[in-house]
Design a protein around this ligand. Structure first.
Ligand SMILES: [Zn+2]
Length: 106
């Protein structure tokens, strides 16, 4: 299910799926003041998912590294690396979050 919100850094970002991000060539965009993430739903679904991960890295960078946040290039590289690891290790994310007994993180 497509996420409708992302919780990060004590904030809740509303995720909007739009037909086009007018005036841009972007697949996604985060507005930190309005706490929204916009995803262009005219792109293929896999690219939308990767873009959500990309925007999450922007949010984490903004909240946890302050003025020394990652550059656009660094965010792109981090996203590409994480995407590959998660894609090529089926079940890894579930194990990290829930362990072998499907326990919730305390
Ligand atoms: Zn970006």
């Amino acid at each position: 299910m497509k996420p409708s919100e992302i919780r990060a850094g004590g904030r809740v970002y509303q995720v909007q799926y739009t037909p086009l991000l007018l005036g841009t060539h972007l697949c996604g965009q985060t507005n930190f003041r309005q706490q929204t993430v916009s995803i262009d739903e005219s792109y293929p679904e896999a690219q939308q998912r990767e873009t959500v991960l990309h925007e999450i890295i922007h949010i984490v960078s903004n909240h946890y590294t302050g003025e020394y946040g990652l550059t656009e290039h660094q965010v792109g590289q981090m996203c590409e690396g994480l995407w590959q690891v998660l894609r090529d290790n089926a079940g890894l994310a579930e194990w990290i979050w829930f362990g072998e007994k499907n326990d919730e993180i305390p």
